[in-house]
Write a protein that binds this ligand. Structure first.
Ligand SMILES: Cc1ncc(COP(=O)(O)O)c(C=O)c1O
Length: 472
């Protein structure tokens, strides 16, 4: 395929007497440039003023044009970073409904469906307590089979109590079960939080690099994500204050930054809390790894610290147990509790009651703590083995990053293509570049999850991957 020529506004001739409005003409021209690739995802558009000047139209015309394209999901605005082509574009041609993957978002292809080697997001296949889980589930189905009505919209009391007790001990969060809202994983909690905050149309800080799913979720909710860089101490709060001081919220992973795995430094925690309290912003704490910390004791949750009334803590059992559990939770800070519970009541619903009860037993009977202890040891061992194997094979740049190992690749390397090719041979590395906001998209690399790294085959798997990288 030949590269599309870059977009030039001089190619745009406007018909000022016809019946098509100027907004529609300019929008259709920009849409054409996007679909031909002359304006690729992430490309920056001229400011209203510049484009209005170049085309000889009013600024309001350009503003209306950009807003129209934003409503259609083609453009996004990122505060002072200007207006850009959206990172993931809606399909322009009708998808083939017979293709099982055609209607799924493109980025979903990298996500876990089964346990490939290096695949992120799935637990260790060989260590999952499947028999125990199946037994608890069977018992829960039986025990709840006559609960035929609507329950508490926040979820089952047994589970909310078990979660409140657990986070008190493991994450240092003091809360009552009445503040716990059981959700469909992190994504369910994020959706509730964004609505409760009234975030649509406002700016939100996101970590750069950061969890792409959070960015997509903000985009689809009409929230303008502002990419704030991350360094060895986590999100650079000072930069956030420069880029978008009046943002309504920040979505952060303070415990273990995704994907780097670094913990938010003490000074940064204090700065972030100070910023939120001083300008009335909310902090959404994505505590996806909770106490699954491979390098010693997990730091307490941000929601546990002083001044944390503006922290909405969102937990999930997707990583600590498995995504198939499909359960997470929000700890509602008191100032926003009524609103969060209203949204959960009117716009959401707790997960299936039997799954909630099975999880409540798993937590209450001590299985969860035992499971976490085992997984911490196992994943720690597998991460050490992976780094060591890569070193032995001549790769010394690979670094531990949470439950993965990050293998950096030279700038410009097409890590997304490599990840797709690797999938075809049953290896599941995740490309690093989609973790960067479209505006910066700087780092190429592969994230190699350690959960399914097996001693007997790791040499061979690493060799296969390295051969593919060399051949690219
Ligand atoms: C940063 C981050 N947050 C949250 C999650 C879990 O999300 P969910 O509970 O929606 O499966 C993941 C899983 O991959 C993650 O990497």
């Amino acid at each position: 395929m030949t590269a599309a020529s870059p977009w030039k506004t001089k190619d745009l001739t406007l018909d000022r007497v016809g019946s098509t409005t100027l907004v529609d003409q300019i929008a259709s021209h920009i849409e054409g440039a996007i679909s031909e690739g002359a304006l690729p995802p992430g490309a920056r558009l001229p400011s209203w003023r510049d484009l209005a000047g170049q085309l000889g139209v009013a600024r309001g015309t350009i503003r209306a044009t950009y807003e129209k394209l934003m409503d259609r999901g083609l453009l996004v605005t990122a505060g002072s970073a200007g207006t850009r082509v959206a990172g993931s574009l809606p399909p322009t041609v009708a998808p083939d409904p017979r293709d099982p993957e055609a209607l799924l978002p493109q980025d979903f292809h990298y996500r876990a469906t089964h346990a490939l080697v290096f695949q992120m997001g799935v637990p260790a296949h060989d260590a999952f307590p499947a028999t125990l889980w199946a037994r608890l589930h069977r018992q829960a189905v039986q025990a709840t089979s006559l609960r035929t009505g609507y329950g508490d919209p926040r979820g089952l009391h047994e589970l909310r109590s078990a979660i409140a007790s657990h986070v008190a001990v493991a994450r240092g969060i003091e809360c009552s079960p009445e503040q716990v809202i059981v959700t469909a994983g992190f994504r369910g909690g994020l959706g509730i939080a964004l609505r409760a905050i009234g975030a649509a149309g406002k700016q939100a800080w996101v970590e750069d690099p950061g969890y792409p799913v959070a960015r997509f979720a903000l985009e689809i909710s009409g929230v303008h994500a502002v990419a704030v860089p991350v360094d060895k101490d986590g999100i650079v709060v000072e930069r956030g204050c420069e880029l978008a001081p009046a943002a309504a919220l920040a979505v952060v992973t303070p415990g273990q930054q995704a994907p780097s795995g670094v913990a938010l430094g003490e000074h940064r925690r204090a700065e972030l809390i100070r910023w939120a309290n001083s300008c009335g912003a909310w902090i959404i704490e994505d505590d996806y790894l909770a106490e699954l910390h491979l390098g010693g004791r997990s730091p307490n949750a941000l929601a546990a610290g002083p001044g944390s009334e503006r922290v909405i803590h969102v937990g999930t059992f997707s990583k600590t147990i498995a995504p198939m559990v499909g359960i997470g939770f929000v700890i509602a800070p008191l100032p926003l509790a009524r609103r969060l519970i209203d949204v959960a009541t009117w716009l959401s619903a707790p997960p299936n009651v039997a799954s909630q009860l099975a999880l409540a037993s798993f937590l209450r009977d001590g299985h969860y703590l035992r499971h976490l202890r085992r997984m911490r040891l196992l994943y720690g061992e597998r991460r050490r083995l992976l780094v060591e194997t890569l070193r032995r094979l001549g790769v010394d740049k690979a670094v531990p990053a949470g439950l993965s190992v990050l293998l950096p690749l030279p700038a410009g390397f097409d890590d997304q293509r490599l990840a797709l090719e690797a999938r075809a041979v049953n290896l599941g590395p995740a490309p690093l570049s989609p973790w960067f906001a479209a505006a910066t998209r700087s780092g190429a690399g592969l994230l190699l999850a350690v959960a399914n790294v097996l001693e007997r085959s790791i040499d061979h798997d690493c060799q296969r991957l390295l051969t593919m990288i060399e051949a690219s």
